[in-house]
Design a protein. Structure first.
Length: 338
């Protein structure tokens, strides 16, 4: 089959620009680096399992001193300066990628290695034989890059299993694939899409702006009607006067302040120290604030203790946080002596 070569005008701003070799090198290196997975990993001596015990004593064995069986020079030991997981990707500006691609395509075009065909196969059925016949009529060089429109599924299926042909969609065209190929074959539809790429993007942006402006001109939605005020609940019936008085008296009893002579912070059954040091009437248990211990009458240190706070009973002292001096046993003995 004779190749259906199409005479196409290649825009000079894409296919006839100066080739910047350092720029192309930078872009290709970044592309190959981004393709690296970066999951390589080794274990250091601190990550290898085992090796916590000293294999043998320091001296007297005749062997070299060793502190771990996982040292790098031991079999099964850790790896020194081994690879670790990392991200190899490099940031490359879009303008640099586009300039490198234009330079690579211009180099191929200046050497007559850019070809444009109407289509790879005729009809709606894939045909690898027909595609091979067409491509062999274009060039005898080994490596071919075929650029197709993404909607051209028939041509894609016709050449995707050929070893010497690398097929790619036009929106995936890149510098590395162009440099790896001896010749680049465009279909007419793919070339038109590639050349009109920047123009199509500009038109799409204009359409988007128009849609946004049109949406802004739409009348605002009608404001929602205010919700009707909820019906006020009927007021509760007032309580009888006697019930109110009884509740007030109960609250007064609960909130009633302790007696004036009660020791501050030790409850109503306590009494502050008198100026003359005597025991208040009805309060015969002595308490010591520093040691938080209390002494009952008849206990061992009762007479020698100067009361800082008085309690009505031992239970009142315990309720205030005091403990018996000498323990519970001493208190029981004093009670038995009584």
């Amino acid at each position: 089959m004779t190749a259906q070569i199409v005479k196409a005008d290649l825009p000079a701003e894409i296919f006839d620009v100066q080739t910047n070799v350092p720029l192309i090198h930078q872009v290709v290196v970044a592309q190959l680096a981004a393709a690296r997975q970066g999951t390589h990993s080794t274990k250091s001596r601190g990550e290898v399992r085992g090796g916590g015990r000293k294999p043998h004593r320091q001296k007297g064995t005749g062997r070299a001193r060793a502190g771990s069986t996982r040292a790098p020079h031991w079999t099964g030991g850790g790896v020194v300066h081994g690879p670790t997981p990392r991200d190899y990707s490099q940031r490359t500006p879009k303008k640099m990628k586009a300039a490198a691609l234009r330079g690579a395509l211009s180099d191929r075009a200046r050497h007559g290695r850019i070809h444009v065909v109407a289509s790879l196969v005729q009809g709606d059925a894939p045909s690898t034989k027909e595609a091979v016949s067409l491509l062999s009529g274009l060039t005898e060089r080994a490596n071919l890059l075929v650029v197709l429109d993404r909607s051209d599924v028939v041509s894609m299926k016709s050449v995707r299993n050929l070893d010497h042909v690398h097929v790619i969609a036009v929106d995936q065209l890149n510098t590395y694939d162009v440099l790896c190929a001896d010749d680049v074959v465009f279909t007419q539809a793919a070339l038109d899409t590639f050349v009109a790429g920047p123009v199509a993007k500009t038109q799409a942006a204009d359409v988007k702006v128009e849609v946004v402006e049109a949406a802004a001109e739409k009348p605002a939605k009608a404001a929602k009607a205010p919700k009707a005020d909820k019906a006020e609940k009927p007021a509760k019936a007032e309580k009888p006067a006697k019930v109110v008085e009884a509740e007030a008296e109960a609250e007064a009893e609960v909130t009633e302040a302790p007696a004036e002579d009660a020791a501050e912070g030790f409850g109503p059954d306590s009494h502050a120290k008198l100026e003359d040091g005597s025991a208040p009437e009805g309060f015969d248990v002595k308490g010591n604030k520093d040691s938080m211990k209390y002494h009952v009458p008849g206990s061992r240190w009762y007479d020698a203790t100067e009361a800082e706070v008085w309690f009505r009973s031992a239970d009142a002292a315990k309720a205030a946080g005091f403990v018996p001096a000498g323990g519970e046993a001493a208190q029981q003995i004093s009670e038995e002596e009584k």
